[in-house]
Ligand binder design. Sequence first.
Ligand code: SF4
Length: 157
Amino acid sequence: MQFEGTTYRPPVEADTMLLQVTVGCAHNRCTYCNMYDDVIFRIITPDQIEQDLIEARQNFPEAKRIFLVNGDAFVLSANRQKKITQQIAEYFPECKTITMYASIQNIISKSDDDLKELKKWLLKFMVLMVLIIQMKLLQRLSVSKLILNCQNWVYAW
Ligand code: SF4
């Protein structure tokens, strides 16, 4: 499998299979973060993802959970996310959960219908976790009403 740039994963994903879908972070402007300063953001092609899944299948006899990297993988469009889940379902039909990092902007830029549909396609959990972490930090920095509304949405997911 090919991994470009440094890969960061949350502790809860220590034993989870990783699949790279983006390089770096599309936002890459948070003042407190330099994790992806050394790479230029780009999206991994469907062909590359397929090759990685074929290779991963040989090394992972079972992967019930897959973590998509990198920094804000939920930046991908809903259609692109669906395509990736279809590819995963083809090679890892036993996979029950797909997680990734997501920024608040990644979420609010998608429609409610897209989000509902993506939820059906196994995409969950890490979106919430990262958001909640961001919320706690942003609350200390006096966050906007928009963010707080987003927090309500997150807890309702
Ligand atoms: S969105 Fe996340 S990965 Fe990107 S710059 Fe901000 S903190 Fe870093």
